[in-house]
Design a protein around this ligand. Sequence first.
Ligand SMILES: *Cc1c(COP(=O)(O)O)cnc(C)c1O
Length: 481
Amino acid sequence: MTPMAEKQKREDPERGERLRGLAAVDEVLREPAARELLERYPRALVVDAVRAVVARLRAEILAAGAAGEASAAQAADLTAAALVPWVTRLVEAAVTPSLRRVINATGVVVHTNLGRAPLPREAVDAVVTAASGYTDLEYNLARGERASRQDHVHDVLCTVTGAEDALVVNNNAAAVLLALAATARGGEVLVARGQLVEIGDGFRIPDILRESGAELVEVGTTNRTYLKDFEEAWTARTRAVLRVHTSNYRIVGFTAEPALEELAGLAHAHGAVLVDDLGSGALAGLPLFGEEPALAASIAAGADVVTFSGDKLLGGPQAGVAVGRAATVAAMRRHPLARALRIDKLDLAALDAVLRLYLDPRRALAEIPTLAALAAPIDEVRGRAGRLRALLIGGGVPGDRLELVDTVARAGAGALPVTEVPSVAVAVSVDGDAARLAAALRRGAPAVVCRLHDGRLLFDLRAVRDAELDALAGAALAALA
Ligand SMILES: *Cc1c(COP(=O)(O)O)cnc(C)c1O
């Protein structure tokens, strides 16, 4: 607002009166309830909260439009005593950790905005151990000397992927960046035009590639690219071929791309490397993962580095895994960026535990929540939906408002974009505004994020675990009450 407009607004008699009625910061601080806050919390925190409340109300009064337009400031009591509860809420919110537990009733199993993969019990225990005391993170206890944090996951990664060498970093974007920086900095990298993926939130593989210090050379057309396109694009400066799994979309119909073996052969004939970014990198042998390129196939085809995420279909912590040939992985390990992109100890502890579950594929399926959620037979999901419905009826919701409906769940995080996972939801018919109820559910403890469809709330049970059912029912009953 310009100073002139602000002056005019202040001169509006009604507005002027409300501004004069708004308590001053000092006045609020003298209130008995505010003094109690000052005893419990640092003065600076309380004073900041009072200032924020007064400033917000002041701004609302100034911004209020023509008479009759409703606003919180117009409705509110503006005395010092009335402002204290707002201050209390702000102070309490400030000292409470921001990250909150959420029950994921969306049917999107690996939900990036909800933190991707929940960890199996073994990994949670490993994180607690690593977080609560000292560990042998970079220390060889047998020899009593310095070691690498990579040692904890190196061998198990080679075992479960069949690769010669392995390195883990902060996330898959970091793994791609490091692979290209270590192999192609100052040179050119060939990428098929149809594979220039935007990962999510506006982040794009071509931009990551440029940040590695290599130059992107697009090859072929959006739908069809042949080996000869790569051959023709090859120059004395070409250092690498990057194959990107189009993890979050599909180009279907009239398409072609060279086999990985051909790309590896071409790269190796020129002393260059083939980098294969798989995105999710499904290690589990679930039939559902049939659409995902197999990691072992990439290694067998001769890819020098294959990269994938720790927290997508692997079902582990945020991490980027790079496996492949010893010479290339060693170059990544030695690169200065490796230090900047290194995995933190809590994620490493979780990854260590998750990878060991993969040594026994049946255990992996049973105990890794992401895999269990995706692999659960539809009848198991239907049974869970039936139990939720019974809990809601037990809590007083009329049965005729609760219907079990067939839904389509998704793997999420861009993985398996065209795979529809059958699922079942409890659909709740509500009086009035379903969106308002959904908002109340999001503000609950635990928070619940569900779907809205045709004015009904849909609780999809594909990504909900049995152990969460009571809490989900409790939260739903509280919101419906
Ligand atoms: C998800 C994805 C990435 C990024 O992985 P993060 O672990 O989220 O950094 C990179 N490439 C592809 C193809 C992906 O699908």
